[in-house]
Design a protein around this ligand. Structure first.
Ligand code: SF4
Ligand code: F3S
Length: 78
């Protein structure tokens, strides 16, 4: 699944939510989160984000990998 990472924090541009065909990007606190089970991996949100906060979980840089868990935990899954 795609994941929202550190650059989104306190930026929260929000355009990614309009791009998502399944509405699986949710606002919460200082950032937005992608629901890992609802995301259909279409990649449409990727190029929309002005701060490149969205990443494919298998290609995410090491220093951002904890955001995979952060996104999951927001929705209460593990
Ligand atoms: Fe939505 Fe597609 Fe982005 Fe997943 S990859 S969050 S389905 S726009
Ligand atoms: Fe955040 Fe980028 Fe979406 S800043 S709200 S991931 S467009």
């Amino acid at each position: 699944a795609y994941v929202i990472t550190e650059p989104c924090i306190d930026v929260k541009d929000g355009d990614c939510t309009a791009a998502c065909p399944v509405d699986c990007i949710y606002e919460g606190g200082r950032t937005f989160y992608i629901h890992p089970d609802e995301c259909i991996n279409c990649g449409l949100c990727l190029s929309i984000c002005p701060v490149d906060a969205i990443a494919w979980d298998q290609e995410i840089p090491n220093n951002q990998r904890h955001f995979i868990a952060v996104n999951k935990e927001f929705f209460g899954s593990d």
